[in-house]
Design a protein around this ligand. Sequence first.
Ligand code: H79
Length: 566
Amino acid sequence: MKKNMKRYLSLTAALTTGLWLQAADVSTAPQPAWPRVDPAAIKNWQDKRFGMFIHWGPVSLTAREIGWSRGAETPIAVYDNLYRQFNPTNFNADEWVAVAKNAGMKYIVLTTKHHDGFCLWDTKQTDFNIMNSPFGRDVVKELSGACKKAGISFGTYYSTCDWHHPDFPLTSPGGNVKREKYDLDAYNRYLLAQISELITNYGPLITIWNDVPQRFEGRGANTIKLVRRLQPDITINNRTGDGGDYETPEQRLGGFNLERPWESCMTISAHNAWAWGGSADGVKSLEACLRMLISGAGGDGNVLLNVGPRPDGKIDPEQSGRLKEVGDWLAKYGESIYGTRGGPFKPGKWGASTRKGNRIYVHVYEFDGDTLELPAIPARIVAVRALTGGQVRFQQTESALKLTMPAASHAALDTLIALDLDQSAMSIPPLRRHSPSDSLAIGAKVTASNVYQHQTEYAAEKALDDDLETRWATDGGTRQAWLEVDLGKSQTFSRIAVHEWEGDKDRIQKFEIQIRDGADWKTLLAGTTMGPNFKQSFPPVTARFVRLNILEAKDGPTIDELQIFK
Ligand code: H79
């Protein structure tokens, strides 16, 4: 009795403090303490779909990674003095803007200050800035001016963390070293004064792109309030320390999401360098660049593709050349990217789709022979045309939409087919193209014992989203946890795979996989460690509910994907 009472009390306490959250129930999460941006500003930013990220500074002299090489490959004393030799006399802002324009990019985001603290503008808050280099020209002023002239939007990357600033609590290498003395309030004032300079002297800006909010939990609200006061329609990313207007998957594409705006930032560098990576660095293929853009738009996201200009100020011809090829494609087929929304068919290996008005653009990477079978749509197709050339036929049935096109007419990188409907394409609910080999658990209903800081980014759904890049995570220190999958109806299966997150080895030490049989959970499999490649086959079983029950963990368990196969 006493024990039950205690349990009841702690449950009510949890309920009233808002700590008791179902994994799926993120809508009840506390609202942020800052004003939302006007939806029209988000729409304007989303319509652009494709932007240029630029990582550049004195560090470009070393061909080592910006910020991260400080105190690692490059000694701090050397790194912090690079600006004394920085004289990029071939820098021409109009040329950079022309490279972006020719690539079909609609906005530019420049590293005005990275984690290394060096400022590319004439700031009054520190002498550690470009005006004190031999170059002595205000790069932010020249680039923002060139953007205005060319009718392209300009935004500023501004690192939230600063491993050079004496008031910031952490320093190099990699923000892993604690300072004995620091003053985070003073640093916050510095950050606000600098962001205020950027908006006031170089605005209007399309976005403020904060990065790595170490020790900044909660302080992001100060940034966002200031930004909204100075320029209400600036979008701000989610790395302020207190969230923001859009998510920022890094070096990977975001998953399909019509609710929460997102922008993937990715490097054109073949070796994923942000700043100049040297003349042997290489660039990604045209296919890779186009597919990030197309599948990005297909998932309703933007792509911010990064270049790292050379230390002399030029964008290397290898990078600008590849971008020009992307631009040539966009000049022909941009109508299927700009101003569209993702879906209704969710992106996959087969391709992606976008939509505008009564039209769906189907981008096909892989046909099955000469056909592509898509899920049926609740609308009638009145016309079909292959924009990349050739004849295409369609067939609509109760259960499918079949597109047929002889292989000779398939385009090398992306066959683009426009479907015109008898009604708006915008209200069609998202549809996944299933293949028989898919996991039965993709998109299934799921609940979890707990979710890391109640963050949507780590929700239980992330373990069933067919995306190995996203994961369900539990709170630090969690020793026991469960993930319960509802397949919607009884299904028969004979294999289960689990990809445990690889970021930390073997957090899971003991587990069981169970199926529900009436009111009881029955153990199907059990084991000790799982790792990133757990797979097990068994004689077919039929069940609707499947549970991964983690009995013992070294630290909060986290799972990239749980898959259930026929
Ligand atoms: O500015 C770029 C990165 O420097 C920054 N965000 C993008 C836009 C960033 N901050 N944190 N991280 C990236 C994640 C850390 C990645 C790391 Fe590494 C892996 C740090 C060290 C190993 C990236 C890859 C930096 C060096 C190698």
